[in-house]
Structures are given as structure tokens and as C-alpha cells.
Design a protein around this ligand. Structure first.
Ligand SMILES: [Fe+2]
Ligand SMILES: [Fe+2]
Length: 273
């Protein structure tokens, strides 16, 4: 199967098979210019499972709110439509992540938090959206698990036998990696390019792309989570840090160390390998 055919398979699957109907309803509401924050909040609140997960995520610390947020409408007002859309999606793939790969959820949450630490250190715009990118960066692993059973098994086998990284095994088996595959699904969900491009490129950093700065953030955050042993990315190796990513961010090794110190201090609640 070539890449175009693969993309068709992912797009045809559309929403992952197990995504609840609420997700598509909320998606349609967000896309309609007539929807108000209040209506959206009420609609999300109707689904108690999703609401509980969204609130858990909002309060899990990566948005850095000092006071707990108790209701969905409040979360919508604070975060805006796009962040809520990503949160609803994240909340609904939460269980799937660990089903595909035990520890992937913790890895993703760690990455979301690390993205926000980097964003704060560098005073980058839109730290909330960057957290979301971190949360969803490995979504493609779930897509492969859910839509390409045979390929998923072959990838796992290669990782085990050759002791290589998941994305390298995916390149061998599928001709692309989970970054790009995840971005196809997110593009179908109409998430903006500044979210999808960093996810597509997080293992293939290219300094001249439109959103290279954000890609560099998630590239670094992912590697730091692996180095810290937060959750599980599905292989035993740590991807190589692309020096150009640090250059784009104008970060030196002391800056990296200060992000790691913050991860040590504040991510004690995330299980380590
Ligand atoms: Fe990845
Ligand atoms: Fe990752």
C-alpha cells in the first residue's frame, strides 16, 4: 500500500471506530458560527463520561490554572472553542491510548506538561494550544492500532527484534510514521495547521517549515519525557535530539536542564518506567 492509499484508509475511518457520538455532535457545533459558548458547554456537559474526563484534564495541571475548574461551561469560557475541541478529542481517546500501548497516556500527558513548561520558559504565544499538541502528538499510534492491525503487529515485532524506535519501524513497514498518520486524522477533524504540522513532523524536524518553532517544542518535550522515563512510548530507545530544534528555539543546554528540573519537581504524579 502506498502513502496515498494509506491516507485514504485513515480518512475513511474518519473518526476512530470507538469514538462516541458526542464527539461528532460537538465537532459540528464548534464548526457552526452560530454556536455560543454556553450552548457548547451544555452539550458537552450532557455526556457525563466525556465531561468528567475533560474536567480531569483541565484540572490536571498542564494549563496552569491555580484554582480548580468545576464546570464545563466555565472551562469553555476560559479555554475557547479550539482548545475545547482538542480536549474533547483527547478525553475520548484517553482509554484508547493505553489500550493501544500501556503507558502511552502517561507519556502523552507528560509531553503536554513538558510542552507548557518550555512554552512558559520561552514565553511563546498560545501555551494552551501547545499543551494540546503534546497531548495528541502520538495519536497516530492509536490510529495504527485501531485501523491497521497487521501493520501494528509487524511494527511491534520489528521494534522488539531490532531494538529500534517505533517511528523507524513504521517507516520500514508503512513508509511513513505515526506523526504523519495522526495528522491526517486531525486534519480531517479540521484542527488548524499550527496543531497538525508539529504533530506530523515531531520525528522529522525541519527548521524551515511554517510551524518549526512549535514542532521544535514538541520534538524536545517528547525526548525529555523519554529521557525521564515518563510513561511508555512503545520502544526502549530515546530518539536523537535534533540540534536544529534547539537552534530554532534559541535554547542552550542550561535551558534544557531547567525544563528537566521542573519536570522532576512537578511531574511526580505521572508514573515512571
Ligand atoms: Fe512520536
Ligand atoms: Fe512520543
Amino acid at each position: 500500500m502506498d502513502k496515498d492509499q494509506l491516507r485514504l484508509v485513515v480518512e475513511r475511518t474518519g473518526n476512530l471506530p470507538t469514538l462516541p457520538a458526542t464527539v461528532s455532535r460537538i465537532e459540528a457545533m464548534i464548526d457552526s458560527p452560530e454556536t455560543t459558548g454556553r450552548q457548547l458547554g451544555l452539550e458537552i456537559a450532557k455526556d457525563q463520561v466525556i465531561s468528567a474526563k475533560v474536567l480531569k484534564l483541565v484540572n490536571s495541571g498542564f494549563y496552569g490554572f491555580t484554582r480548580p475548574i468545576g464546570t464545563i461551561p466555565h472551562a469553555v469560557t476560559l479555554l475557547g472553542f479550539n482548545a475545547i475541541k482538542s480536549l474533547v478529542l483527547s478525553a475520548s481517546v484517553l482509554d484508547l491510548m493505553n489500550e493501544a500501548l500501556p503507558g502511552l497516556w502517561e507519556h502523552s500527558l507528560g509531553c503536554a506538561r513538558a510542552c507548557s513548561f518550555i512554552a512558559q520558559l520561552l514565553e511563546l504565544p498560545d501555551p494552551e494550544e501547545l499543551s494540546t499538541v503534546g497531548l495528541l502528538h502520538d495519536l497516530g499510534k492509536v490510529v495504527v492500532y485501531q485501523t491497521m492491525e497487521g501493520a501494528f503487529r509487524r511494527v511491534r515485532q520489528r521494534v522488539e527484534e531490532l531494538d529500534i524506535l517505533v517511528y523507524q519501524a513504521e517507516q520500514d513497514v508503512l513508509g511513513t510514521d505515526h506523526g504523519e498518520i495522526g495528522s491526517w486524522l486531525l486534519e480531517k477533524w479540521a484542527l488548524p495547521r499550527q496543531v497538525t504540522e508539529p504533530i506530523a513532523d515531531h520525528h522529522d524536524f525541519r527548521p524551515r517549515r511554517d510551524h518549526a518553532e512549535r514542532t521544535a517544542v514538541v520534538h524536545l518535550a517528547d525526548i525529555l519525557c523519554r529521557a525521564e522515563g515518563l510513561g511508555n512510548g512503545g520502544d526502549r530507545r530515546i530518539p536523537r535530539l535534533e540540534p536544529a530544534a534547539l537552534e530554532v528555539l534559541e535554547m542552550n543546554l542550561d535551558d534544557v536542564r531547567s525544563v528537566m528540573d521542573r519536570m522532576d519537581a512537578e511531574l511526580g504524579d505521572i508514573p515512571r518506567q
